[in-house]
Design a protein around this ligand. Structure first.
Ligand SMILES: Cc1cc2nc3c(=O)[nH]c(=O)nc-3n(C[C@H](O)[C@H](O)[C@H](O)COP(=O)(O)O)c2cc1C
Length: 390
């Protein structure tokens, strides 16, 4: 069941697993797939530590690293530094009032500014916010990739735009291929012009930032547009039959995200994990309420409020995360402590396949069940061909 992408990237099965959790990345790579660590909220030093841990865990098996460098940002340019104070001034008072009202309605307490409680949470939020904002401008992302390239990474990837030229140059100098996510054909063509080696065609049903074209339509379109470059199919792939469909559409492998969020290894918030296990495929929504760009996530009181009547509407990236990251941190903490209001609000990015995630399994088992079902699906299809030819 090897495809040429397996030889290129050095894994046994053409299954890539995006995760922010190093345990998932290592478990998938060890089991014969290819883990990709989402690095956007890390500093280069933190990434170095995470990769040192992964290096020890995977015993030479391949893995990759992913960053986010958007094409468009409000109030910031690619290559410019991050100035939190300037951006904070761009947040309208109406939005701050709406958020305060929402938190009050659901009984989420906000501690007095400067109190011990406030200081602890502010530090936790800032430690993620600064590297995230730096990475978004491209400069921080290039530093992350340079840190990654001191490890035996076999792939670097970028989402939300073509990777910056310095990122591609640094990766190619280390003989590491570069992948980029595309939600429509035009994105894929821009990636090819920028010099990427692999295109990830990610359809509408995917978790996280996603476009408007379904995987079934997008994958063959991009396969044809970028040939002979290899394409990985993403969005809505959590099992072997979906993988067989993706390969039938011309992809050389699959790039998956949501399916790993309910694995044993995933550090998904416990209340969110329970919600994922109970959710149906109708329970996600593409909303700008967390990051300012459309991202598929679980519907909750949070998305209903931001996308409903009475909302001033989410701000563009990076203003929306700047406005809401502290509140989201408080909501997650309160939900873990059993607050009913926070439990209604709390959510996370996940794709439509959430409807089929109904048990917690080890990542290795998820991968092996996917491969077994893929093999059965392909055998069933060839059997069908033989029977109909007789
Ligand atoms: C929780 C979550 C966070 C994500 N964050 C990123 C990210 O930081 N960078 C990225 O390239 N893709 C990100 N994605 C998208 C995944 O890389 C992948 O394309 C997507 O999950 C595939 O669709 P699926 O969710 O249906 O498997 C994220 C997806 C999820 C579910």
């Amino acid at each position: 069941m090897r495809t040429s992408i397996c030889d290129r990237l050095g894994m046994e099965y053409p299954v890539l697993a995006f995760s922010h959790c190093r345990d998932v990345v290592a478990a998938v790579s060890r089991a014969g797939g290819f883990g990709v660590l989402g690095a956007t909220t890390l500093t280069p030093e933190q990434l170095d530590m995470e990769l040192r841990w992964i290096d020890e865990e995977v015993g030479g098996k391949p893995y990759g690293v992913d960053v986010l460098v958007p094409e468009k940002l409000a109030g910031m340019e690619r290559g410019s530094g991050f100035n939190g104070a300037v951006l904070a001034d761009m947040i309208p008072e109406e939005h701050r009032r709406f958020l305060d009202g929402l938190l009050a309605r659901y009984g989420i307490e906000t501690p007095a500014p400067g109190s011990d409680d406030d200081r602890a949470d502010s530090e936790a939020v800032h430690s993620m916010r600064e590297p995230f904002a730096e990475a978004l401008t491209g400069e921080g992302a290039v530093r992350l990739i340079e840190a990654a390239l001191t490890h035996p990474v076999r792939l670097v990837a970028n989402a939300l735009g073509a990777p910056p030229a310095e990122m591609i140059k640094a990766a190619h100098a280390a003989d590491v291929p570069v992948a980029a996510l595309a939600g429509k054909r035009e994105h894929a063509e821009r990636h090819v012009a920028a010099g990427v080696d692999i295109v990830v065609a990610q359809g509408y049903e995917a978790g996280g930032h996603t476009g408007e074209i379904a995987t079934m339509v997008l994958v063959p379109e991009i396969v044809d547009a970028v040939a002979p470059l290899p394409v990985l199919a993403a969005g809505g792939i959590a099992r072997g039959r979906q993988m067989a469909a993706a390969l039938a559409l011309g992809a050389q492998g699959v790039w998956t995200g949501s399916v790993w969020l309910t694995t044993q290894e995933a550090e998904t918030h416990p209340v969110v994990k329970e919600k994922f296990l109970a959710a149906t495929s109708s329970d996600t929504i593409r909303s700008r309420s967390i990051t300012g760009k459309p991202a598929r996530q679980l519907k909750s009181a949070w998305t209903e409020a931001w996308d409903g009547p009475g909302s001033p509407g989410p701000l563009p990236m990076p203003l929306q995360p700047l406005l809401v990251d502290y509140a989201l941190h408080r909501i997650r903490r309160a939900a873990a402590a059993g607050s009913p209001g926070a439990t209604q609000l709390v959510n996370y990015f996940v794709g439509q396949v959430v409807g089929s995630l109904d048990a917690v399994r080890p990542a290795r088992q998820v991968l092996h069940e996917m491969i077994t079902e893929y093999v059965d699906a392909v055998a069933g299809l060839s059997q069908g061909l033989i029977t109909s030819a007789e």
